[in-house]
Design a protein around this ligand. Structure first.
Ligand code: HEC
Length: 385
């Protein structure tokens, strides 16, 4: 039996929404408490989405079983409403048969171990200030094992029972935010129960600092990827920061959501790219000319963007970034590069995705059209984020 691809695409989102609804309903009824300021997940397991994208057969089983169970619930509800005993018995039997005959997925593919913060959302909003503060926390507490460059080769690494993993590759995106949070707060254990990584909260760092260090790690890993492979393989947000704008005064980057941004890091002595009616221009650092459309009013934005670009803050001036209407950083121009081309689209929905047909127009025109047509989606631990 085949299912429409849209139904399979929507499956992880539906599974996440159902779990969040269950968690919040139990909390609202007073049956469960809170962990780190958000409703706690009370079960030892949660639904896992990682295998849905990898194993199509498993995804179909999950979708069909979900359909069977929902139908069975509807039949049972109908059975409660009818009077005739025979019809009632028939409906109940049909519901039972549906549940028994559903193509149940393997539990080890459907379920993953969970912790109380499994479904937590980071409260930071990916703020530039938090990313920069997170870097300081990382250097103070984590670098001795994970290494200043997060490649897992800190001075203490060789003395540990297991080698610390590289935190520069895809690992962070394979995990749920809330589960990384739990591991940094409470530490980790190996198969034999021995401690592999110490826990840090709440004595050495606050919950807020844990979320910040996770933002830093994500920004740092994104910058490494861009430097090494020339692409942001996972979408990254424009960091949140205060801006001072010609119209509207002081405002946050999030208030410009739904508009495209051209983020300019001016190089000394070089002319700024012209303002463009298709985008809001945001100047970050340097000595902007009188009254730019918007300029950063937060000194953390430049170092945060440098991390995302994978360069030292001193090497950041001269870059230009384009942000799409959903707030994702999509295109990058390097210092000294004249004009734009489609190759500057460094964040795409699929690695190497190119448009099927050549587009009319040139440079920025084509780039903006591609950017709008190719929406990107962040996935963490198999779930949409
Ligand atoms: C004493 C050494 C040590 C220190 C200090 C340390 N870690 Fe770790 N970390 C490890 C080891 C070892 C592992 C692998 C543990 C395992 O797989 O059982 C690990 C794993 C991780 C992981 C991967 C978790 C996963 O889901 O696989 C993250 C993220 C992480 N550490 C972040 C941090 C952060 C953030 C800090 C600082 C606040 C930190 N670590 C400090 C040794 C350390």
């Amino acid at each position: 039996m085949t299912l429409p691809p849209d139904a399979l695409d929507a499956l992880p989102g539906a599974m996440l929404a159902a779990q969040l609804a269950l968690r919040d309903a139990l909390h609202a009824l007073g049956l469960t408490g809170e962990a780190a300021g958000q409703p706690a997940w009370p079960f030892a397991h949660r639904l896992a989405a990682e295998m849905l994208a990898i194993d199509g057969g498993h995804a179909r089983r999950v979708a069909l079983t979900l359909g069977c169970v929902l139908l069975a619930v509807a039949l049972l509800a109908a059975a409660l409403l009818v009077r005739a005993r025979r019809v009632r018995g028939g409906l109940a039997a049909a519901a039972l048969a549906l549940v028994l005959l559903a193509p149940w997925p393997l539990p080890q593919l459907l379920l993953a171990p969970a912790v109380p913060t499994s479904l937590h959302r980071s409260p930071t909003g990916f703020a530039a200030e938090g990313i920069v503060r997170g870097q300081a926390v990382y250097m103070r507490l984590c670098a001795r094992c994970h290494g200043a460059d997060a490649r897992g080769e800190g001075p203490d690494a060789a003395r540990l029972p297991v080698w610390p993993p590289m935190l520069t590759g895809g690992l962070l995106w394979k995990r749920l935010d809330g589960e990384l949070f739990w591991r940094v707060r409470h530490g980790m254990h190996g198969r034999g129960g021995e401690r592999t990584m110490p826990g840090f909260g709440p004595v050495q760092i606050s919950d807020a600092e844990i979320w910040q260090v996770l933002d830093y790690l994500q920004a740092h890993a994104a910058g490494r990827m861009l430097r090494e492979s020339g692409a942001w393989e996972h979408p990254v947000r424009m960091p949140a920061a205060a801006l001072r704008c010609r119209h509207g005064g002081l405002r946050g980057t999030h208030s410009l959501r739904a508009q495209r941004l051209q983020v300019v890091l001016p190089a000394p002595g070089a002319p700024l790219p012209p303002e463009d009616p298709r985008m809001v221009s945001v100047v970050v650092g340097g000595a902007p000319p009188s009254e730019p459309e918007c300029e950063a009013a937060d000194a953390h934005l430049l170092p945060a963007l440098a991390l995302l670009l994978g360069v030292a803050p001193a090497a950041a001036p001269g870059h230009v970034l384009l942000v799409d209407r959903a707030g994702w950083l999509r295109a990058r121009a390097q210092p000294g590069q004249g004009g734009w081309s489609e190759d500057d689209l460094v964040c795409r929905s699929a690695p190497g995705a190119r448009a099927q047909s050549p587009a009319d127009g040139q440079g920025l025109d084509v780039l903006l059209r591609r950017m709008d047509a190719d929406a990107v989606r962040l996935v963490r631990g198999g779930f949409p984020h």
